[in-house]
Design a protein around this ligand. Structure first.
Ligand SMILES: NC(=O)c1ccc[n+]([C@@H]2O[C@H](COP(=O)([O-])OP(=O)(O)OC[C@H]3O[C@@H](n4cnc5c(N)ncnc54)[C@H](O)[C@@H]3O)[C@@H](O)[C@H]2O)c1
Length: 276
């Protein structure tokens, strides 16, 4: 894809799924890559594929929830490549469970990775993105950042927060006249390990949940990466990834929040697999 040659791109959660596909597509497009993940095995696989394409790559274990480590990592990336143009705050985890049966630690874990991980990455890299003269922040939210569903209060909270955070930042960069574009990404169901890697409350049938997700996820991570990068190239404010994301966005906007909640509660009540 055009527009990425020579750009230094940072990708979190690059050991699997969307992050891995972004790394490979960016490598093919001539970018230089700083990839990281908490899962070093997955990361090594991505590194191998990116190297085979011939892209310069720096691969590091990084937990995005660890703010101090993230700050040190940003310095190390800038020292290694001399600049940073783009950050893809992609790392994320899922949790399924009604609030009534969820623990505080379940909610905190999701917020720590899915919200604070994005804030940490954006904040520590922002001065470098501004200094590059051609920066871009790409923050991965979800369609669950556009509407809420039962059993996803923690994930919904984190993904709505990422959306608000990122949309505010986009306006701040414009007002300040900084050379930094900002894009929020809202994927629909993407065929990745997100649900298989996820945790759930005690009453949720995890095997049933995996099956439901495998049936419902319509878009491959490779296609998702292409859609995201096309929007990044064009500097879009937000990108809806997959036909399900586009349809749901329209339904929510047409019906308004009261009506969509009634509709989704009825559907979720029937399809969410629970242990009886
Ligand atoms: N797959 C979907 O249907 C879907 C839909 C909407 C949004 N998303 C979002 O897309 C992003 C990528 O998810 P994916 O679907 O590729 O899932 P995935 O599980 O395949 O990949 C996520 C990666 O993030 C890494 N990770 C998890 N916690 C981390 C941490 N604390 N620090 C660093 N890395 C960590 C995992 O090890 C994994 O490699 C996530 O933010 C997710 O919420 C996914």
């Amino acid at each position: 894809m055009e527009g990425f040659a020579g750009k230094v791109c940072v990708i979190t959660g690059a050991g699997s799924g969307i992050g891995q596909a972004l790394a490979i597509e960016l490598a093919r497009s001539g970018a230089l890559l700083a990839i990281s993940d908490i899962d070093t095995e997955g990361l090594a696989k991505t590194e191998e594929q990116v190297k085979a394409i011939g892209a310069p790559v720096k691969a590091d274990r990084l937990n995005v929830a660890e703010r101090e480590a993230f700050a040190l990592y940003a310095d190390a990336v800038v020292k290694h490549f001399g600049k940073v143009n783009q950050i893809y705050n992609n790392a994320g985890i899922a949790f399924t469970g009604d609030l009534e049966v969820s623990q505080f630690k379940d909610i905190e874990r999701v917020m720590d990775v899915d919200f604070w991980g994005v804030v940490n990455g954006t904040k520590v890299f922002l001065p470098h993105l501004i200094a590059s003269g051609d920066g871009h922040v790409v923050n991965v939210s979800s369609i669950f950042g556009l509407f809420a569903v039962p059993s996803q209060s923690a994930y919904n909270a984190a993904k709505f927060a990422v959306r608000g955070f990122t949309e505010a930042l986009r306006q701040e960069m414009k007002l300040a006249g900084h050379p930094v574009k900002v894009t929020t990404v809202h994927p629909g169901g993407i065929k990745t390990n997100i649900v298989r890697n996820s945790t759930a409350a005690a009453d949720i049938d995890s095997a049933g949940l995996n099956k439901l997700f495998d049936k419902g996820a319509l878009t491959t991570p490779e296609r998702a990466a292409q859609i995201i990068l096309e929007s990044v190239r064009k500097g879009h404010a937000r990108v809806l990834v997959g036909p399900d994301a586009k349809i749901v966005d329209v339904i929510v906007r047409i019906t308004g929040s009261g009506a969509y909640q009634g509709l989704l509660a009825a559907i979720a009540g029937r399809v969410l697999p629970r242990l009886s």
